[in-house]
Design a protein around this ligand. Structure first.
Ligand code: ZN
Length: 207
């Protein structure tokens, strides 16, 4: 690292270069003191160069200039490195790693405190079936979910209660009687208005 020539760390150079390429579409206009207005596509941003602040929020958050701030720096013909936080510079990196890491001996050389062995905490099994599916967070890509659609014979009454009619209808005499009986049990009473509507719909469907 000491032989490295750049003032900023290599990773930071790469990130700033990415922003510099985007800044080609930014057009900065000087306003008052250190304030600039930057037009970027169909949007406008305000940059406070001395405060390292941009209305897009990136400059003050990441510690190096965003594409809007870079266009202002280019307009003023100033150095980009002056607007990058010191922690991203080579000097800071060398300072952090200047001190070595002290060697540590193994467990056999530990001093006995005389307080005994500390046991791990008791695992308490919570009630209910343990979850096997991982709980997804907001960043996970959602998979396809099955949406159950009602068959065309299902209907809603005035109260909003859905009467579910199974799609499988006894179309042949080979159907076992028990299945037909089960289907009849799901139908509303024959003298009801809903039953008449169902019959009418079935006739229209199979006409
Ligand atoms: Zn910005």
């Amino acid at each position: 690292m000491e032989r490295y020539q750049g003032a900023l760390c290599a990773n930071m150079e790469k990130k700033i270069e990415q922003q510099r390429v985007i800044s080609r579409n930014c057009f900065a206009t000087w306003g008052v003191e250190d304030r600039f207005e930057v037009q970027h596509h169909m949007d406008n941003h305000v940059v406070y160069l001395n405060d390292h602040h941009c209305s897009c929020g990136m400059f003050q958050m990441v510690g190096y200039p965003c594409c809007h701030a870079l266009s202002c720096i280019a307009l003023m013909r100033e150095e980009i490195n002056d607007y990058v936080d010191d922690c991203f510079k080579k000097d800071a990196y060398l300072k952090v790693y200047n001190h070595g890491i002290n060697p540590v001996s193994g467990m056999l050389d530990y001093e006995d405190s005389g307080l005994g062995v500390v046991d791990p905490p008791h695992v308490r099994i919570m009630p209910g079936r343990p979850k096997k599916v991982r709980r997804r967070d907001a960043n996970d890509i959602r998979g396809h979910t099955m949406v159950q659609k009602c068959p065309p014979l299902c209907s809603k009454d005035a109260k909003g209660t859905t009467t579910f009619i199974p799609t499988r209808t006894p179309m042949s005499v080979d159907d076992p009687p028990s299945a037909i009986e089960r289907l009849k049990a799901t139908l509303p009473p024959e003298n009801s208005k809903l039953y008449q509507q169902l019959v009418l719909r079935t006739v229209i469907t199979f006409w």
